[in-house]
Design a protein. Structure first.
Length: 150
């Protein structure tokens, strides 16, 4: 059975590291130039000031996915708190069934309970989360283009 939780970064960091590597291997561009090197101090500071939310999916206690968001006031809408995703990932076996839907719904319910106005989720083009987000009522609002500057 899959269980969904809101967890503290310190409690999940060590277990998340191999999944981060797997995630990076699967989707990262320009791996020869841009290496995986999380800024754990910055994450810890965001956690310390209550701006980081780490939503997890666990199967029989083992981490099989995460959805991390950063909560902040919107610069253009100072009366509102927005949650912007940092990263979202499920291991390949966890992508079967409704795990992705349930993880995102759990996060939505948790963020709503905090009074957060809006949730933005960025996904890489044509990733498995796109149909889930559309099913949950998300709208595509922007495109992101990338260029390596060397």
């Amino acid at each position: 059975m899959i269980e969904f939780k809101l967890e503290n970064l310190a409690n999940v960091k060590r277990e998340a590291e191999p999944l981060l590597k797997q995630h990076w291997e699967e989707i990262a561009l320009n791996k020869d130039i841009i290496k995986l090197n999380p800024d754990w101090r910055a994450y810890a500071e965001l956690d310390r000031v209550n701006s980081l939310r780490v939503f997890t999916a666990r199967k029989d206690g083992k981490l099989v996915g995460y959805f991390v968001v950063i909560v902040s006031k919107a610069l253009h809408y100072a009366d509102h708190l927005f949650a912007n995703n940092d990263i979202i990932f499920l291991t390949k076996p966890a992508r079967k069934g409704l795990t992705g839907v349930k993880l995102i719904k759990f996060a939505i319910d948790s963020l709503k309970a905090e009074g957060i106005t809006k949730l933005h989720i960025n996904t890489k083009a044509h990733q498995p989360f796109d149909p889930i987000l559309e099913r949950l009522g998300f709208e595509e609002i922007e495109r992101v283009y990338s260029l390596v500057l060397r």
